[in-house]
Design a protein around this ligand. Structure first.
Ligand code: HEC
Length: 129
């Protein structure tokens, strides 16, 4: 009887371990930049290209040049993203620390994505590889 419990415990622990590691691998293959940024933010390099899926794909639908009433936050091109970020309002908004929580009424960006943007700003917002 003792052995049965032992084997059960080991197999439960083993399956928990396997399911955890496989989730990490999935994340890694989905977004290697993001994954290494979380591991070591001192060596990671992020370029504008790595972030366009966020700025153009998510933010631009409400922050396009036509929507001039959005407090000057325009997310359609490299130049406009840089000047929007230079207002100092973007990081607090995506970290949900300011009066506005962005993206508005949509799920918060992942910790990885926020960290990527943070690292990119810290390195002077490089455009190209
Ligand atoms: C569904 C629409 C929508 C999306 C998507 C969206 N925003 Fe906004 N954003 C708004 C609205 C509405 C405001 C309020 C300001 C206004 O309209 O005058 C705003 C305001 C802001 C502000 C100004 C905050 C301040 O303190 O003045 C920033 C910065 C901002 N958004 C950044 C972003 C970023 C970065 C993204 C993408 C991650 C994003 N937004 C996505 C609708 C949106």
């Amino acid at each position: 009887m003792k052995n049965v419990i032992k084997i059960l415990t080991i197999s439960i622990l083993a399956s928990v371990f396997v399911s955890c590691t496989s989730t990490n691998e999935e994340d890694y293959f989905e977004d290697p930049v993001c994954d290494s940024a979380l591991v070591d933010r001192d060596t990671i390099v992020v370029y504008y290209d790595d972030l366009t899926y966020i700025f153009s794909g998510i933010c631009q639908q409400c922050h396009s040049p036509e929507l001039t009433y959005r407090q000057g936050i325009i997310m359609d091109s490299y130049e406009n993203v840089v000047s929007s970020i230079n207002t100092g309002k973007v990081l607090p908004a995506i970290m949900h620390e300011g009066s506005y929580k962005m993206p508005n009424n949509l799920p918060k960006l992942s910790d990885c994505e926020i960290q990527k943007i943070d690292v990119w700003i810290e390195r002077g917002m490089p455009e190209n590889k």
